[in-house]
Design a protein around this ligand. Sequence first.
Ligand SMILES: N[C@@H](CCC(=O)N[C@@H](CS)C(=O)NCC(=O)O)C(=O)O
Length: 331
Amino acid sequence: MRKILLLALLAAAPAFAQSTLEAVKSKGYVQCGVNTGLAGFSQPDSKGAWRGIDVDACRAVAAAVFGDAAKVRYTPLTAQQRFTALQSGEIDLLARNTTWTVVRDTSLGLNFVGVNYYDGQGFMVPKKLNVKSAKDLNGATICVQPGTTTELNLADYFRANRMSFKPVVIEKLEEVLNAYFAGRCDVFTTDHSGLVAVRASRAQNPADHVILPEIISKEPLGPVVRHGDDRWFDVVKWSLFAMLEAEELGLSSKNIGDQAKSPNPSVQRFVGASGDIGQMLGLDNRWAVNIIRLVGNYAESFDANLKPLGFERGLNRLWSDGGLMYAPPIR
Ligand SMILES: N[C@@H](CCC(=O)N[C@@H](CS)C(=O)NCC(=O)O)C(=O)O
């Protein structure tokens, strides 16, 4: 009897024991949850190819696992859909301008792997309203998307400043922006990055809109995986760190090809010429080379995706340049 039970358990085991990394390897691609279309973060280009710094987080994982950054399938998700998609296993990884908070990190059963963009919440208003400060917004009608940190920060900020506002809550980005641009609300509030991206990519005339100086919250944005799969957590986390570490080491898609003989031991380890870091991650020893060769370092991704929209590096400079970006040692 016991033997039968044991055999039944063994037969059932692979289905339960299969890690996300194994599942990803056997299906041949990473299923990545991204934004429905936020310029600079994740948006299909004119040929239908997804582009953005969040898309690069997905591509980095595919490059690390397969040596092919194109082995990603994208699932566009609204703010409200994103966590269920990850919890249910519909996606392997969420890279969708998502703020790391303790509630999400614990009660939603998720793990944030790190930060790929340090952000904070701001307000955008039509210039013609002549508003200079968020403190002048008492009584304003404010467009906001549900299922975001934005909603709660907005309420907190107005309460703390003894002001009132009328929320206009609309789930779809397209529709909330239509409402704002049509003047159905006085203000659009979201992450500062979202305001910069939307103003540059969606406003008929960007100069008609001002972003107010107040930043009312901390919004560290980063990729997310499910609780309970440390192997996959490691792979996604170190794929992100590899892009930062490469920038710090001066490694880019342009020069990564000829580093195997570098006199710098950190570079040698990074490219897999010494040590077996790839193997420790369950990957090929050229995992990091493949990320940098195919996706680029963090600065390359930032410059390709965010700079053209008018973004400054700001907080997202490397720690060694006075910013917050810091990868633990790859050693
Ligand atoms: N970082 C915030 C806000 C993220 C968010 O959803 N922002 C909006 C405004 S830019 C967005 O990306 N909308 C795009 C969409 O709904 O597809 C969070 O994690 O809750």
